[in-house]
Write a protein that binds this ligand. Structure first.
Ligand SMILES: NCc1[nH]cc(CCC(=O)O)c1CC(=O)O
Length: 294
């Protein structure tokens, strides 16, 4: 579990005992709605996986929020701040099937299980014939659904599988240039109360600077798109010589139309905003209105 990793890093970095750091496990709306067939954006979108943790932080019950960065809204509730990111894991999505080795090998009109509008659009872009079926639940439930034939294949974040020790369940990994990961996928983010300087200092010591740069860029891109765009979004970052190169993509829900943009630079906020603005400009208001999630 990711909170245990954070506790062990905090203890070793600051020379304190793990026993002095208590873990409070809070179930969020996103965890509870796992049996539902609704897509995440139907249930409550961003904030769904963080609300209970945000509330516990604001009330002072907990001091550090441990999140999957991709589940954290681009604007945190007032009084909270993301101050550190652990080294990013594998950013790719994994392909899982008990029948075939890759998307290309799926039979005509096979059932593809995903409740993610990004994954559905990306899959349909490659294979418009496939039937997308809602697919939720924990990893074990999803694997059982594949065995039961509820779907012929699905996609999951490689990072999530690895953290559960289930990386071997992946049939393969998707090319992230084609199946662009969700912005901020694969990185654990740590939040503190904005006025808690002491906790911010303790937590910031765990920050992995290159990860911080890529996540900051991707979240800046998403912040631009969030306001005016409810279509699927993908992002892919790379770092070289202190320069961030960020590729972004937005897609129509049916995957038939996609817009891509790339920018590079040393300031991730500038790079991220540039990619976001360019995507909005390319897509135009008509596209954005047509493919807005209801
Ligand atoms: N939407 C749920 C969610 N939030 C973060 C991860 C994976 C771990 C990560 O990206 O850090 C997942 C599961 C998935 O997309 O397969």
């Amino acid at each position: 579990m990711q909170a245990r990793l954070v506790r062990s890093l905090l203890a070793s970095t600051h020379g304190v005992s793990e026993d002095d750091i208590a873990i409070e496990v809070l179930s969020t709306g996103g965890d509870r709605s796992q049996a539902s067939n609704a897509s995440l954006s139907d249930i409550g979108g961003k904030g769904l996986f963080t609300k209970e943790i945000d509330d516990a932080m604001l009330s002072g019950r907990v001091d550090i929020g441990v999140h999957s960065s991709k589940d954290v809204a681009t604007r945190l509730p007032d009084g909270l701040a993301l101050v550190a990111f652990l080294e990013r894991e594998d950013v790719r999505d994994a392909f899982l099937s008990v029948k075939v080795q890759s998307i290309d090998h799926l039979a005509e009109r096979a059932k593809f299980g995903t409740s993610s509008i990004r994954r559905a659009a990306q899959v349909l872009r490659q294979r418009p014939d496939l039937e997308i079926v809602p697919f939720r639940g924990n990893v074990g439930t999803r694997l059982q659904k594949l065995i039961d034939g509820v779907a012929d294949a699905t996609l999951l974040a490689m990072a999530g599988l690895n953290r559960l020790g289930e990386g071997h369940r992946a049939t393969g990994q998707l090319d992230p240039e084609i199946f662009m990961p969700a912005p901020a996928q694969g990185a654990i983010g740590l939040a503190v109360r904005s006025d808690d300087k002491r906790m911010a200092a303790l937590v910031s010591a765990l920050d992995h600077a290159p990860t911080n740069m890529t996540i900051t860029g991707e979240r800046a891109m998403l912040a631009i798109l969030d306001g005016s765009c409810r279509t699927p979004v993908g992002a892919l970052s790379s770092l070289a010589n202190g320069q961030l190169t960020l590729k972004g993509q937005i897609l129509s829900l049916d995957g038939q139309t996609a817009f891509d943009s790339t920018a590079s630079g040393t300031d991730p906020l500038v790079v991220g905003r540039a990619v976001g603005e360019d995507l909005l400009k390319q897509a135009g208001t008509e596209f954005l209105a047509k493919w807005a999630q209801a």
